[in-house]
Design a protein around this ligand. Structure first.
Ligand code: F6R
Length: 615
């Protein structure tokens, strides 16, 4: 939540800041602002409620004198509504210092009371302004921005990434982070800061991720990192594996449409280099392989879509590895007394690797002695770095707020993990493992075929654009798909949608069925389990008898479904565990098309932000 960019170099920073904010806008889009400092110490700020385009238009109408040092912010409001006044930057030291913030300062009320008592005046309702005023005061005492920030972060509780510039220190941007992300982009004669690499990937692919409780000072020719106590820290340089064009919309109508189209590639890249001679190879696990041999339980943690891919992983891990698996929402795990120990493996799933709920749950599990493995899409993200091991999904950048290709890639990574465990424990014959891996290798082409149902989905979505509620049913591995289909529709089309396990119908949800009620049903292949298939067909008959309008996602040629479905969306014949991956794509497309039919912004649904870095 909230996107942050910082720049020091030898060119105008406004272009860099606006470009970076454009790429980070998925993190929040309530308001945006910039502060720009020139070599003579002129500090200019501009901030506007609304999308980044409002700020950009304003800067064209009333240009701000440019400078080679700057910071920029795009906001997802927490404290104080999305107004011009609450937008960042906030000022301190009588307007000589500008500061931006991502996160929540939990003890801001007592700090604010203290500042008010000392005569400071506030112009916003934000927690951030407290930090700006405090850093301003500390600067007056120290005359050094890095030291001033260091003094202040020692007093802050909660989650924060802070960036600050001061009129008296042109060519310097200082950042600090605790529980919120911050990465440094390394350039030639210029350096960058960003909430993630997307902020500067257009200019450099070299980056250093800043650790927990660290401060960084960037100048055009230097980068200094230290911890909150002032000890120097050596940053580890990495290179982003994708370039700026991967995060461009290209000719697509939306990032979401583009990202769904990239699902075949996401599967391919997640498999890349991890399958040899019919076996799974995960060198990422070498360091903890011995511990993994002794675990007796797996707890999968995630939020939203990531938790649904985790549920899919549970079916696969239990089937292949024969290890008990629980899947839990990270925020629920964190706030009870979870029973985990050194024989428990925590598998956290996160596209961004920065979701606060998941991060805190991982930390809690580690504190209790569990081993932690993350499945993550963003290189160098906090959850990845704080886990004992990480399996990266290599799905490429996901910009649309609604997660799509990440879900598919996460499921593939979990399947690889399940098969890896099966190898380790000898729980599945080698030929069966080789068979599943072979099936997985064909998945990208089959995806391509599924994506071909676009026109059918578009027509359906147009026809359903006035629908007020949609239900989704699935059994077994179809159940997480039903949950995901419902989530996509809620968040994108603002339609009430619920996903149910089809077996649960008669325990309550069937009461919702009335004539005309649209119900998507994920139908398992009759070739996988005839019993499961016939149970789902019975469920379809039950809802049809009560007037439901049934849209079945079923294997091509599944004749048993035809008499009872109003519409069938065909998916290719694949092995049972791969069906959910293909079945989810039409549901993602449906949510996208319905949102588009309602004239909504599919990439930036209301009230949401992509990376939920506050609790
Ligand atoms: C839904 C969606 C969210 C995320 C969730 C976790 O489309 O995008 O439900 O899946 O916020 O995010 P990550 O995977 O970044 O931890």
């Amino acid at each position: 939540m909230c996107g942050i960019v910082g720049y020091v170099g030898d060119r105008g920073s406004l272009d860099v800041l606006l470009g970076g904010l454009g790429r980070l806008e998925y993190r929040g889009y309530d308001s945006a602002g910039v502060a720009v400092l020139d070599a003579e110490g002129h500090l200019g700020t501009r901030k506007r409620a609304g999308r980044l385009s409002v700020l950009a238009d304003n800067l064209i109408a009333e240009p701000l004198p440019d400078g080679a040092t700057g910071i920029g912010h795009t906001r997802w409001a927490t404290h104080g509504g999305p107004t011009d006044g609450n937008a960042h930057p906030h000022l301190g030291d009588d307007g000589k210092l500008a500061l931006i913030h991502n996160g929540i300062i939990e003890n801001f009320a007592e700090l604010k009371a203290e500042l008010l008592a000392q005569g400071d005046e506030f112009t916003s309702e934000t927690d951030t302004e407290v930090a700006a005023l405090l850093v301003g005061r500390a600067y007056r005492e120290t005359g050094d921005l890095t030291e001033a920030l260091r003094r202040v972060v020692a007093r802050l509780e909660g989650a924060f990434t802070l960036l600050a510039v001061h009129r008296d220190q042109p060519g310097v941007v200082v950042g600090a982070r605790r529980n919120s992300p911050l990465v440094i982009g390394l350039g030639e004669g210029e350096n960058f800061l960003g909430s993630d690499v997307a902020a500067f990937v257009e200019h450099t692919r070299r980056f250093v991720a800043i650790g927990q409780d660290q401060i960084v000072t960037i100048r055009p020719d230097s980068v200094e990192i230290s911890d909150f106590d002032g000890n120097a820290v050596e940053g580890e340089e990495s290179e982003v594996s994708w370039d700026a064009s991967a995060a461009e919309k290209g000719g697509w109508s939306s990032f979401m449409a583009k990202e769904i189209s990239e699902e075949p590639e996401a599967v391919r890249n997640t498999l890349l280099g991890r399958v040899h001679d019919g076996r799974v190879v995960l060198p990422e696990l070498d360091g903890i392989a011995e511990v993994l041999a002794g675990i007796d339980r797996i707890v999968v943690l995630g939020a939203g879509t990531a938790s649904y891919s985790g549920l899919l992983g549970k079916y696969a891990l239990e089937e292949w590895a024969r290890i008990p698996v629980e899947v839990e929402l990270a925020h629920e795990f964190h706030y009870r007394s979870p029973v985990v120990n050194e024989r428990t493996l925590i598998v956290s799933i996160s596209q961004s690797g920065e979701t606060m709920d998941t991060l805190l749950a991982v930390r809690e599990a580690a504190r209790l002695g569990a081993k932690t493995l993350s499945i993550c899409n963003t290189q160098g993200a906090t959850i990845a770095r704080e886990s004992d091991a990480v399996i990266y999904t290599h799905a490429g950048p996901e910009v649309a707020v609604a997660s799509t290709k990440a879900f598919v890639a996460q499921a593939v990574a979990l399947y690889l993990l399940g098969l890896w465990f099966a190898q380790l424990r000898g729980s599945v014959p080698a030929e069966r493992i080789a068979g599943v891996l072979d099936d997985l290798s064909h998945l990208p082409e089959q995806f391509q075929e599924v994506l071909g149902v676009e026109e059918q989905i578009r027509t359906l979505a147009r026809w359903m654009s006035d629908t007020r509620a949609v239900l989704f049913l699935g059994r077994n591995v179809g159940y997480p798909v039903a949950l995901e289909g419902a989530l996509k529709l809620k968040e994108l089309a603002y339609i009430h949608a619920e996903g149910f396990a089809a077996g649960e119908l008669k325990h309550g949800p069937i009461a919702l069925i009335e004539p005309g009620q649209p119900v998507f049903v994920v139908v398992p292949s009759p070739r996988g389990s005839a019993k499961l298939h016939s149970k789902v067909v019975s469920n379809i008959q039950e809802i049809r008898a009560r007037g439901a309008r049934v849209i079945a996602i079923a294997e091509k040629g599944d004749a048993a479904v035809l008499p009872y479905a109003d519409e069938v969306i065909p998916i290719p014949l694949v092995s049972p565990f791969l069906e959910p991956l293909l079945a989810v794509a039409p549901l993602q497309m449906f949510a996208l098309e319905l949102a588009a039919a309602k004239g909504l912004d599919v990439d930036k649904p209301r009230n949401l932000a992509k990376s939920v870095t506050v609790e």
